[in-house]
Design a protein around this ligand. Structure first.
Ligand code: A3P
Length: 340
């Protein structure tokens, strides 16, 4: 992968960084603050909870980020299938440049193929990958940089049953190490405490329900611009949704490609089984400004319904009840039930 940064760009960015970082610090210091799941603090900005570094990145992106024509934003609540969506979208848009057997996904992690708005690109959009129009983000719809909303970039959003999202997030957070967070925090892996906070809306980019509803409502208003997906649907009917994603992005499969089983080849390339066994995703760490994460933490089980192994029936019923209440009258449902 080629990134188009130059030394002088980096220096320039760094200079403006020092000035603006102080300003962001000042803004953040005035925001409502709470203890997060680990020994960290989260800050409430525009109705959502953020860690310090991601919020700094979001403020910077809101101020500086300029999308390119035809950019496609891949958005999600954390642990809802971001890695999978990035891999599928990347394979779709690069299929005419690379043979499937030589796709960069075989040697580069999906998060390095598709960079993140509020971490990788926040302070230096020169670092964007010029080879693809794809940009990832967890930023809530209402906090997206105005430049993205005004540009009418297409957006694909993926969400997941909140019970599985919570369980996946809990496992992930206690494996990941975020800068500014005490690394001994692994020991306070308090499942019940995290559950209470999640129900209360306090999790990175939470409240979960507001995040999902922001994109859901926007997708109802502008279905041609925002494609709303659920992890469970993608899991059940992967071929159908891969075709739908490709069409939505403006990269539809031709009849000839379908005859040559291109859709199935992309599904296989991006399957949990395949990606999780690749050396590039099995070992090493993902380094960002705000985090240091074992790459294999992004590939745990890749199943729908794993919550049954972790949540008590009471916890599951409680989350379902909150979901029912928050999504009522929105038309959005998760038909996954709370029965263990
Ligand atoms: P589990 O923790 O339930 O296994 P994100 O990519 O948004 O961080 O979400 C991570 C979740 O997606 C994890 O769920 C992970 O295992 C799962 N996942 C990662 N790659 C996947 C793939 N190719 N297919 C299906 N699920 C995948």
């Amino acid at each position: 992968m080629e990134f188009s940064s130059t030394k002088s760009n980096e220096k320039e960015d760094h200079r403006s960084d020092l000035k603006t970082l102080n300003l962001y610090n000042e803004i953040i210091s005035t925001l409502p603050k709470r203890n997060g799941w680990k020994s960290d603090e989260v800050y409430q900005y525009q109705g959502f909870w953020h860690t310090f570094f991601y919020l700094e990145g979001l403020l910077s992106a809101q101020q500086h980020f300029k999308p390119q024509t035809n950019d496609i934003i891949l958005s999600s609540f954390p642990k809802s299938g971001t890695t999978w969506l990035k891999a599928l979208s990347f394979a779709i848009v690069t299929r005419s440049s690379f043979d499937i057997s030589a796709n960069p996904l075989l040697t580069t992690m999906p998060h390095e193929c598709v960079l993140s708005l509020e971490s990788d690109l926040a302070h230096n959009s020169f670092h964007r990958n010029q080879d693809t129009p794809l940009i990832g983000t967890h930023v809530p719809y209402t906090s997206l940089p105005k430049s993205i909303i005004d540009s009418r970039c297409k957006i694909i959003y993926i969400c997941r049953d909140p019970k599985d999202t919570f369980v996946s997030l809990w496992h992930f957070l206690y494996n990941a190490s975020f800068k500014g967070v005490d690394s001994s925090a692994k020991e306070d892996a308090d499942f019940e405490k995290a559950f209470e906070l999640f129900c209360d809306g306090v999790s990175y980019y939470g409240p979960y329900w507001n995040h999902v509803l922001g994109y859901w409502k926007a997708s109802l208003e502008s279905p041609e611009r925002i494609l709303f997906l659920k992890y469970e649907d993608l899991k059940n009917e992967t071929l159908f949704y891969v075709k739908k994603i490709a069409e939505f992005m403006g990269y539809p499969f031709s009849l000839e490609e379908e005859d040559k089983r291109m859709v199935q080849k992309i599904v296989d390339l991006c399957s949990f089984q395949n990606l999780s066994r690749l050396e590039v995703n099995k070992s090493g760490q993902l380094h960002g400004r705000a985090y240091l994460i074992e790459k294999n933490a992004f590939f745990r089980k890749g199943e729908a319904g794993d919550w049954k192994n972790y949540l008590t029936p009471m916890m599951a019923a409680r989350l379902d009840q909150i979901t029912e209440q928050k999504l009522r009258s929105s038309g959005l449902t998760f038909n996954v039930g709370s029965k263990v």
